[in-house]
Design a protein around this ligand. Sequence first.
Ligand SMILES: [Zn+2]
Length: 91
Amino acid sequence: MLIIDCPWCGSRAQTEFTYEGDATVERPNDGDEKAFFEYVYIRDNPSGWLDEMWQHTSGCRRFLKVRRHVTTHEIAGSAKPGDELPEVRHD
Ligand SMILES: [Zn+2]
């Protein structure tokens, strides 16, 4: 089980959170139908570190960003949606 640090509540079990998707995808604003289709339905399937959106659904119900390694599930850190995530060390 993952332990996720909610910026408002502290460390909590993953079961209190809901995964909301890739945090790096930006909604297109130009009305391009193809770009909007890709925004909604098309996702990369990367290996390595990924910034994700989660919601603390069984806690404060706020959204947060989590930097997680999708293969090892190691979590580098979490932050409020408008804040920067911690850098990942490559030892
Ligand atoms: Zn919370």
